[in-house]
Design a binder for this molecule. Structure first.
Ligand SMILES: C[S@@+](CC[C@H](N)C(=O)[O-])C[C@H]1O[C@@H](n2cnc3c(N)ncnc32)[C@H](O)[C@@H]1O
Length: 448
């Protein structure tokens, strides 16, 4: 029997039926191999993370072993919005001054594992991924102040209701309203789920052609009225949420964080990491996954995911010493990581150099530049600018040319070479000054 079906707008044609593994197109957002699950009637296909429900002419055999991540997370966090769930709590010391105006109902439904809000600043626009009851948003709202703005994104209606319930009360205590909560998936920050759900209520999906129309509508919404626009956020924060996203959606999740950040913006993410790979049987456990355990990132893999998405200056800001949970000898703990956006773009030779101050004998950045301790390494204007700010500024000494070279007069620069900039290049080839120390150089006391 030939079966045709659609996933993410791609037509799949196979002669394999129920229970067979089907190879999918490599550009799909779901895993490369899925087990086809057959239920009721032909036509409707539901992408639920790793699980594909393929409805085929009354044939209802076949199973999928993959976990339905979306369902497991929804079923865990809806009751956790109604009443505190101790198993989801990881003790965090938030700055008590910011908790004073936050209602107890929100504080007791704290399911975070770190405090990324410590790393936001006055006036900034902050996006909190998986904002839950809104605690991190309401802390950040006080730090960014009236000139700043905080957006929380969550896709759980009960969590959104809890966070929104106190918006007017908190705004009146603060004297300004700078916080909003939007419904969306953090791996698809362009799609406003409330708008999309309103469309689906009017045009329910009951056939494969409805499904295709709904997909097209979702695409149109992403483009015409994105939930979070490109380059619109100064800091993306998140507290114990990224580990809940299915493995298949993680690459897109990091690309989305990158997309919404301004150039020069940063992500500060507290999440759960593990010290060994998590075996499949633990990953398939809905309780362990939704409890922020078995979806944990490998501790090195977490930082690597930022690098692969194009971030630079990726750094561990804090790491919980004691494991928060241990399962079959695997330790799970909280890590807070910061990563910057803004290394993309052309390189121009503006005759700048930097000296790496040490203490390591050499270091390499996320573009592959190697800096040797004490040596004047040639860099392009863009890298010079990046190194002049956090997180690098305190580790290097910038050496600008004696005469600035404007970017429109500069030649293109091959940033992949690691070359020393001769002092003559910085000072100018014709530089020929002679100046010996004068008698008044040390305030009259003399120094030599
Ligand atoms: C462990 S709680 C953390 C809540 C909050 N950050 C805090 O510090 O208390 C996870 C939250 O992320 C939300 N969430 C999980 N996966 C999500 C996804 N893919 N898209 C949007 N929200 C998600 C859940 O609904 C829940 O509110």
């Amino acid at each position: 029997m030939i079966i045709e079906y659609w996933i993410s707008g791609v037509k799949i044609r196979t002669d394999k039926g129920s229970g067979h593994r089907v190879r999918l197109h490599s550009n799909l957002k779901i895993s490369d191999f899925v087990t086809v699950q057959c239920t009721r009637s032909f036509g409707v296909l539901k992408n639920t993370g790793d699980l594909v429900d393929l409805n085929l002419n009354g044939d209802s055999t076949g199973t999928s072993k993959s976990l339905d991540v979306e369902q497991a997370v929804r079923e865990r966090y809806s009751p956790a919005a109604e009443a505190a769930e101790p198993a989801l709590c990881c003790p965090v010391d938030y700055d008590p001054q910011y908790l004073k105006i936050i209602p107890a109902e929100i504080i007791e439904r704290d399911y975070g594992c770190g405090d990324p809000s410590k790393h936001v600043a006055a006036g900034e626009t902050v996006l909190d991924l998986g904002s839950g009851g809104g605690k991190i948003c309401y802390i950040a709202a006080q730090i960014v102040g009236k000139a700043g703005k905080v957006i929380g994104v969550d896709r759980n209606d009960d969590m959104l209701a809890l966070a929104r319930k106190y918006q007017p009360e908190i705004a009146s205590k603060l004297g300004y309203a700078n916080t909003e909560f939007r419904k969306g998936s953090i791996q698809d920050l362009a799609l406003n789920l409330e708008t999309f759900e309103a469309y689906l209520a009017d045009d329910p999906v009951t056939s494969s052609s409805d499904w295709l129309r709904a997909e097209a509508k979702a695409e149109q919404l992403r483009e015409s009225e994105p939930l979070v626009e490109d380059d619109s956020v100064d800091v993306v924060v998140s507290n114990c949420v990224l580990n809940l996203v299915s493995n298949a959606d993680r690459q897109q999740l990091f690309s989305e964080i990158f997309r919404v950040l301004n150039r020069g913006g940063r992500a500060v993410i507290s999440d759960i990491v593990c010290d060994e790979p998590v075996p499949q049987h633990l990953q398939d456990d809905p309780n362990l996954w939704s409890g922020c355990v078995s979806g944990a990132f490998g501790e090195d893999e977490f930082l690597q995911a930022f690098a692969e998405a194009g971030f630079y200056g990726i750094e561990i800001l804090s790491r919980q010493e004691e494991a928060w949970a241990t399962v079959e000898g695997i330790e799970f703990r909280s890590l807070t990581v910061r990563a910057y956006k803004g290394k993309e773009g052309a390189c121009h030779d503006q005759k700048q150099a930097v000296i790496y101050n040490g203490p390591w004998s050499k270091v390499m950045d996320d573009d592959g530049h190697t800096l040797y301790r004490g040596k004047r390494m040639a860099v392009c204007g863009k890298t010079f600018e990046i190194y002049s700010h956090e997180p690098y500024a305190s580790q290097i000494t910038p050496v600008p040319p004696s005469e600035a070279v404007p970017v429109d007069e500069a030649t293109e620069y091959d940033c992949h070479r690691n070359v020393v900039r001769h002092a003559r290049e910085t000072k100018g080839q014709d530089y020929d000054a002679t100046q010996l120390p004068g008698s008044d150089c040390c305030g009259g006391e003399g120094c030599c």
